[in-house]
Design a protein around this ligand. Structure first.
Ligand code: ADP
Length: 415
C-alpha cells in the first residue's frame, strides 16, 4: 500500500509517501517514496519543497497558499504532474490511504481510527484544547476527502494516544475535581507517536518484548518531552493539558508557577492572548538567551562566542531534563535505559553529555567516545560497558508509525 502521511501544523503541511508491505507490520518492509513541506501557509507567498527519494525535486518554490486546502492542492498537483518521479506512484490514483497526525481528540478518541463524520466532529470539538493544530488538521482532512474522494480511507493518529495509560494520580491536576469533569482539564501528554515508536524501536534493538520495556524516553527538539515507560506503557510524561508543560523548550518556558503568570498579567496588564504568546513563543531557549531558539545557534554562541546568556540557557535546559529523569527513575522504581531522540536528542552529543554527566548517581555512565562518534542519523548505544543503566540514541520516525497505524486500521475495517 502507498500511504500518504500528512502532518498539518498551524502554518505548514509536511508529508511523506510511505510504501508498506500488505502483510506487514514488519520493521524494514516500509520505504519512504517521497517527502516534502509546504511552509508559510496563510502568508503572502508560501514556499513548497518536495522530492521523491533519491531525486532532486523542487526546493523553496513560491506558491500562493491562502489556506491548508491550497497547500494540499499543491502536494496533489505535484504527485499528479507526471514529473514527480515517485517510484510506483504516477498519479493520485496510486495513493491507497491517508494517515493524518492529529494533536488532540480530548478523552473521546485516543486510539488511531478511520475518519468519519463523528471523528471530524470530535477533532473540531477539541479545537479549544489544540487551537493551533486542530483547525489546520481538520482542514487537511476535509481537503483530502474533497480532492481524493470518499473511497480513499483516511485515518487519524493522535499525539495523545500513547499517554492514555497514565493513572489518575499522574494525569489529574490538584484543582477542584469539578474542573476535570466539567472542562476536561487534565494532563493529556503529547509526542505520543514518537514515544510509542521509540518504545517499539528500543524493544527491537535490544531483542525484548515491548511489554518488558522499562525506559525513560527523552524526545528533545523544538518541542521537548520526556516519558516514563514502564512495562511498555506510559505511566507519566512531562507535557500536560497542552504541550506547554514540562521541560524548557525552544520558545516555551515549560513548568512555571501559575501564580507567577497571574502576577505578570497584573503588573504588565497583559491579556490572555499576550500571555499565551509570552509563554509559548517568546520564552524557553529564545527567552533566556535573547539570541535564538535553535540549539545549533546556542551551542555556537555558548562555546565559541562565550555568550553568558546562551550558556545559561543551555544549563537551564539540561537542569530540567536531569530533574525529570531523576523523578521518573523514582516513579518507575528504576529504569533499564535512557533513550534520546528528536532533533537535539539525536544530533547533540554536547547536550547528551551534559545531561548524562549529572546522572552518575543513578548508575548512568556515558561513554564520551561513543557519544561523540555516533554517526549522524544513526542510532546506537552510548553508555560504557559497565553502565548499570544503558543510554541509547534512537532516531524517531513518527511518519512511519502513522503509516503503520493507517494500514492496521484499513485492514481491520476490511475484516
Ligand atoms: P521539532 O520539535 O520542530 O520537530 P526537531 O525535532 O526537528 O524539532 O528539533 C529541532 C532542534 O534540533 C533545533 O533546536 C535544532 O537546533 C536541533 N538540532 C538539529 N541538528 C542539530 C545538531 N547537529 N546539533 C545540535 N542541535 C541540533
Amino acid at each position: 500500500m502507498n500511504i500518504l502521511v500528512l502532518n498539518c501544523g498551524s502554518s505548514s503541511a509536511k508529508f511523506q509517501i510511505i510504501q508498506t508491505d500488505l502483510n506487514m507490520i514488519k520493521e524494514g518492509t516500509e520505504r519512504c517514496l517521497a517527502s516534502g513541506i509546504c511552509e508559510k501557509i496563510g502568508a503572502e507567498s508560501g514556499l513548497v519543497s518536495m522530492r521523491a527519494t533519491g531525486k532532486t525535486g523542487i526546493k523553496d518554490k513560491p506558491y500562493a497558499m491562502p489556506d491548508h486546502r491550497a497547500a494540499i492542492n499543491a502536494i496533489f498537483e505535484w504527485i499528479d504532474s507526471g514529473k514527480a518521479e515517485i517510484d510506483g506512484v504516477n498519479s493520485l490514483k496510486d495513493i491507497d490511504a491517508v494517515g493524518h497526525r492529529i494533536l488532540h481528540g480530548g478523552e473521546k478518541i485516543v486510539k488511531s481510527t478511520l475518519i468519519d463524520d463523528y471523528v471530524i466532529s470530535v477533532i473540531e470539538e477539541c479545537i479549544p484544547l489544540g487551537p493551533l493544530h486542530n483547525p489546520a488538521q481538520v482542514k487537511g482532512i476535509r481537503a483530502c476527502i474533497d480532492l481524493l474522494g470518499p473511497s480513499v480511507p483516511q485515518v487519524a493518529v493522535f499525539d495523545t494516544d500513547f499517554h492514555s495509560t497514565m493513572a489518575p494520580e499522574a494525569f489529574l491536576y490538584p484543582l477542584p475535581y469539578d474542573y476535570y469533569e466539567r472542562l476536561h482539564v487534565r494532563r493529556y501528554g503529547f509526542h505520543g507517536t514518537s514515544h510509542r515508536f521509540i518504545t517499539g524501536k528500543y524493544a527491537e534493538t535490544v531483542g525484548k518484548a515491548k511489554e518488558d520495556v522499562n525506559i525513560i524516553s527523552a524526545h528533545l527538539g523544538n518541542g521537548s518531552s520526556i516519558t516514563a515507560v514502564k512495562n511498555g506503557k506510559c505511566i507519566d510524561t512531562t507535557m500536560g493539558h497542552t504541550p506547554h508543560e514540562g521541560l524548557m523548550m525552544g520558545t516555551r518556558c515549560g513548568d512555571i508557577d501559575a501564580a507567577a503568570i497571574l502576577y505578570i498579567m497584573e503588573q504588565d496588564g497583559l491579556s490572555v492572548k499576550e500571555v499565551d504568546t509570552l509563554i509559548n513563543k517568546k520564552s524557553g531557549l529564545l527567552g533566556i538567551s535573547g539570541i535564538s531558539f535553535d540549539m545549533r545557534d546556542l551551542e555556537k554562541a555558548a562555546f565559541t562566542d562565550h555568550n553568558e546568556k546562551a550558556k545559561l540557557a543551555l544549563d537551564m535546559f539540561v537542569h530540567r531534563i536531569v530533574k525529570y529523569i531523576g523523578a521518573y527513575f523514582a516513579e518507575m522504581g528504576g529504569a533499564e535505559a535512557v533513550v534520546f531522540t528528536g532533533g537535539i536528542g539525536e544530533n547533540s552529543p554536547l547536550i547528551r553529555g551534559m545531561v548524562c554527566s549529572r546522572l552518575g548517581c543513578l548508575g548512568i555512565d556515558i561513554d564520551e567516545d561513543k557519544n561523540k562518534g555516533l554517526p549522524r542519523g544513526k542510532g546506537g548505544e552510548i553508555s560504557k560497558d559497565g553502565s548499570k543503566v544503558k543510554i541509547y540514541v534512537l532516531p524517531t520516525n513518527e511518519e512511519l508509525m502513522i503509516a503503520r497505524d493507517t494500514v492496521s486500521c484499513v485492514e481491520a475495517a476490511k475484516k
